[in-house]
Write a protein that binds this ligand. Structure first.
Ligand code: HEC
Ligand SMILES: [Cu+2]
Length: 333
């Protein structure tokens, strides 16, 4: 009788109590007290994209995101919260614990070319509350982007320029000339307001530059454009370009990426303008565009042209580094 009781209690412990404890432990682990747990399904954009695509969190309060994919491999970036998940594989759960420090809107996006509409796969985390959980600090008021400060219409018809270099301008040759740059080219914000052709024409008209050949001047322009971007920033832009842009604009910047084939491009604005993604090697168009315009397009996106906005995903340093990277399709380093 005693032995039977003993056997029964062993069975009880092994079959009931132990699994119950294990289950309890797991439940406890996956749901720390007070932690908000949100399940996010990453679907192909045609099937709905991120569901939900709008999350609400509170500053200073820990939260857990559990990501799954029912279809293909996706990725996730939440730049404002420093989160980068390379793969969300079908059948696996990716867990992210985060505690947003400050209120604000944090955009997130898929980082894998999961389908033709990949770039539509985005969402936003709205964080409410006060920074650091303490007294409310005023949100930094963002300065309007340069193209707005300059009153530039980035959707306007752009006339192609005829003032063009005969050989590829080289920043290295420009630097070797050891000529001091005119003020409009020396200060980043003034240079960014100028198209390279205007910079060339202005410099050509300067008395101090008469001894320089046209080729020298173009080299100087290339130098002025590329000199202030740090190598690390440029490397980052290169990686971002491969991840976010090459599928439409092509790996060589020719506007021939497969994901961009059916996009209206600037023809949406005016039938006389080019269709599809911009060709960054087209000198007649690119040399007529200021950095302010290119950054404006990048941060705002196109109005129904097919060009997505990256202002919510890239810091302003990344945007300027990207513009410098795009210049590299025309200007040699
Ligand atoms: C889904 C396709 C697509 C992706 C992805 C895309 N672009 Fe574009 N992009 C376009 C199209 C289409 C245009 C032309 C229409 C326009 O200017 O709005 C364009 C235009 C531009 C222009 C304006 C060029 C000019 O001469 O006015 C810039 C700058 C640009 N893209 C940069 C980028 C960068 C940088 C990335 C990656 C971070 C990127 N694009 C990703 C489709 C795309
Ligand atoms: Cu995706």
């Amino acid at each position: 009788m005693k032995r039977e009781w003993f056997a029964l209690s062993v069975v009880l412990v092994v079959a009931v109590l132990f699994p119950a404890m294990l289950f309890g432990y797991q439940a406890w682990r996956s749901r720390a007290p007070g932690m908000q747990v949100i399940d996010v399904v990453a679907r192909l954009p045609e099937e709905g994209g991120f569901v939900p695509d709008r999350l609400r969190l509170v500053a200073g309060e820990p939260a857990r995101l559990r990501l799954t994919s029912p279809d293909v491999v996706h990725g996730l970036t939440i730049p404002g919260l420093g989160i980068d998940i390379e793969t969300i594989e079908p059948g696996r759960v990716v867990t992210i614990d985060l505690t947003p420090a400050a209120p604000g809107r944090y955009a997130f996006a898929c980082t894998r070319w999961c389908g033709v509409d990949h770039w539509r796969m985005r969402g936003v985390i709205e964080v409410t509350g006060v920074a650091g959980g303490g007294t409310a600090s005023a949100m930094p008021t963002a300065e309007p982007p340069l193209y707005q400060q300059l009153g530039l219409d980035i959707d306007a018809m752009r006339h192609e320029t005829h003032v063009m270099p005969e050989v590829q301008p080289s920043a290295a040759r420009g630097a070797a000339l050891e000529v001091s740059l005119p003020p409009d080219l020396a200060a980043a914000n003034r240079r960014r307001a100028l198209a390279p052709t205007d910079a060339f024409a202005q410099s050509r008209a300067e008395a101090a530059m008469t001894s320089l050949s046209d080729r020298d001047l173009w080299d100087l322009v290339a130098w002025a454009w590329l000199r202030d971007t740090q190598p690390e920033a440029l490397e980052r832009a290169e990686r971002l370009y491969a991840r976010d842009c090459a599928a439409c604009h092509g790996p060589e910047g020719r506007g021939d990426g497969s994901a961009g084939q059916d996009l209206p491009g600037m023809q949406k604005m005016d039938p006389a303008m080019p269709a599809g993604p911009a060709d960054f090697t087209a000198a007649a168009r690119m040399l007529g565009a200021s950095d302010a315009l290119l950054q404006g397009k990048l941060l705002r996106g196109g109005m129904g042209t097919g060009m997505p906005e990256f202002g919510s995903l890239y810091t302003s340093e990344e945007q300027w580094a990207m513009v410098a990277y795009l210049r590299g399709f025309l200007f040699g380093r």
